[in-house]
Design a protein around this ligand. Structure first.
Ligand SMILES: [Zn+2]
Ligand SMILES: [Zn+2]
Length: 261
């Protein structure tokens, strides 16, 4: 049984499949425990990533009724920007959330998804450092999260121009981030949305996390449509086991529940 703690539905502005379609597709792929993490990204212009929370609550309740036996949980993916912290917390307070997933989509106000803008006149090293500084600020400053999403997002959309982020790109910053996550009892997400034998972050980062004493790992497909649910999960599970992780971290009403890998 897989546990997916990062999945979107059409409640998110960029979601392409309805919640119940996402659930059925996940069940078909062997997912037995599922937590939706719709976007709250107040800083991204145009409201597209600021989920309608009433719609989310209604859609979630309907899904629970349609799949009464499935352990189904409600989370939010919180796009950190320092000035938006009060707004993020206010939104969290409006829902009976199981899980808070902290993420960085904006680096100095720009989403690396906008490759031509973000990477204009920027070296790989500059991009990596700017991004990791934003991640470090988020894990230090955001007061109330359970796990940290997709470290490596900065190079998610750069293809061959810039291969995935590696520990060696900025070991000191990486260590600061990992140590903060560990000291605060938070989890590191293995995101499989760009699975290529490893996910985000890569196995080098998970190896270092383990070395530093990290134990809590969540698994997330970050799927926005039915054809990417549980992407890479079988391989991701084997990878985590090979690195010495025996359990996945899951959250129910914000309480940590460990599930055997
Ligand atoms: Zn994200
Ligand atoms: Zn996501």
């Amino acid at each position: 049984m897989f546990c997916d703690y990062h999945i979107h539905s059409t409640c998110s502005g960029d979601g392409l499949s309805a919640m119940q379609e996402q659930i059925q597709a996940s069940l078909d792929k062997g997912v037995g425990k599922l937590c939706f993490t719709e976007h709250v990204d107040i800083g991204i212009v145009g409201d597209k990533f600021d989920t309608d929370l009433d719609l989310y609550a209604r859609t979630f309740e309907e899904a629970k009724r349609a799949f009464p036996k499935l352990p189904l949980f409600m989370g939010l993916e919180l796009g950190y920007v320092r000035k938006d912290v009060p707004g993020l917390q206010a939104r969290c307070a409006r829902l009976p959330l199981d899980f808070h997933l902290l993420s960085i989509h904006l680096v100095n106000g720009i989403d690396p998804f906008d490759v031509d803008i973000f990477f204009n006149n920027k070296s790989r090293e500059q991009a990596a450092v700017e991004y990791l500084q934003a991640v470090l600020e988020s894990v230090r400053e955001y007061p109330d999260y359970d796990a940290v999403a997709h470290i490596g997002y900065v190079f998610k959309f750069t293809g061959d121009r810039f291969p995935p982020l590696r520990y060696e790109d900025a070991p000191e910053l990486m260590d600061e981030i990992l140590k903060t996550i560990i000291q605060r009892g938070k989890a590191l997400e293995l995101n499989t949305s760009r699975w290529n034998g490893q996910g985000m972050p890569g196995q080098d980062v998970f190896r270092r996390y383990k070395e530093l004493g990290g134990e809590l790992v969540t698994l997330g497909s970050d799927s926005h449509r039915i054809n990417t649910v549980a992407n890479g999960f079988a391989q991701a599970t084997e990878l985590l086991k090979s690195l010495g992780f025996g359990y996945l971290a899951t959250y129910e009403k914000r309480r940590l529940v460990m599930e055997k890998l």
